[in-house]
Design a protein around this ligand. Structure first.
Ligand code: CUA
Length: 319
């Protein structure tokens, strides 16, 4: 059984995250020793010198400066900071200079207010808020290299069990890589304040066995399978403004401002983690996205109940 997903840096499952935990323990160790010494002195002083003097008018002995003590409390912290700096720089360097193997999986993650676009440029897949990657083992190493970008404001891509934070900055391209060792689902979220719905800009990373990952890729690459008769909903979708912002591959709908809906129902949440992706929630979302996730940039289309039913009947076929 796989453990429950947790945004915990002390439960790493991927190479850069292992190193980050090591470094965290080192820094916590040093700061713990400093804390014990400082707190120890403070408590000792309170107990030893805390008594009220017998004669309150009598001043305690005054000490004016000591070169040795001042030198000690300047040089010792300086040395500690230098050690922390050098060790951190060594870890950062080790993580960042890892070269990308030619056959590594490439993903582009694009921060949007307030959702994540996920692209697999070499595989022709575009999805949202859910990253699927293969597990990596010693026999079959399968690291994933992630390009991080933003289309609007600064966001930060962070999946604590897999890697450190990486800022998503407009007009800049950053990189991060992961190499998960354990199949499972890992949670992440935007870690840079980016506006009203910063707190609801969640993402999940699903780590598959290598066979399951190939099956996921094949499913995402295939055109959506329409089941039953949803002509009314499909026509409604292409007659409304939906197609200006959303793409459904193989249809006239090719907008890029909103999430790609080709395989909408393969995703577990709506609105980057705002709610579970069920037909009822989907209907409420289309009816009024702002009521569902205040500030969401998708407008309410003022549809009547019949139109909503038809549209949702179409959308749920996008598997
Ligand atoms: Cu995007 Cu905070």
């Amino acid at each position: 059984m796989t453990p429950a997903p947790t945004p915990n840096i002390f439960a790493p499952v991927s190479t850069p995250a292992f190193q980050i935990r090591e470094l965290s323990f080192f820094v916590l160790g040093i700061t713990a020793v400093i804390f014990v010494i400082v707190a120890g002195f403070a408590i000792y002083t309170l107990i030893r010198f805390g008594r009220r003097p017998a004669n309150p008018d009598l001043e305690p002995a005054q000490v004016y400066g000591s070169k040795q003590i001042e030198l000690a409390w300047t040089v010792v912290p300086l040395l500690i900071v230098v050690v922390l700096f050098l060790v951190t720089a060594r870890y950062t360097w080790g993580i960042e200079r890892r070269a990308q193997p030619p056959d590594a999986l490439e993903i582009t993650v694009v921060g949007n207010q307030w959702w994540w676009e996920i692209r697999y440029p070499k595989l022709g897949i575009v999805t949202a808020n859910e990253i699927h990657v293969p597990v990596s083992d010693a026999a079959n190493p399968a690291p994933t290299f992630i390009t991080v970008q933003s289309v609007d404001v600064a966001h930060s891509f962070w999946v604590p069990q897999l890697a450190g934070k990486m800022d998503a900055i407009p007009n800049k391209t950053n990189r991060v890589w992961i190499e998960p060792r354990q199949v499972g689902t890992y949670v992440g979220q935007c870690a840079e304040y980016c506006g009203l719905q910063h707190a609801v800009m969640l993402l999940v990373v699903v780590v598959h066995s290598q066979d399951q990952f190939r099956a996921w890729v094949a499913a995402q690459q295939s055109p959506p399978v329409e089941q039953g008769t949803v002509t009314a909903g499909r026509e409604l979708f292409s007659s409304l403004a939906c197609i200006n912002c959303h793409t459904v591959r193989g249809t006239p709908s090719n907008g890029v401002f909103g999430p790609d809906l080709t395989h909408l129902m393969s995703r577990s949440t709506l609105g980057a983690g705002a709610a579970r992706n069920t037909p009822e929630n989907l209907r409420a979302w289309v009816k009024d996205p702002g009521a569902f996730k205040t500030g969401a940039l998708m407008p309410a289309m003022k549809l009547d109940d019949t139109q909503l039913d038809q549209l949702v009947a179409y959308l749920v076929t996008l598997r």
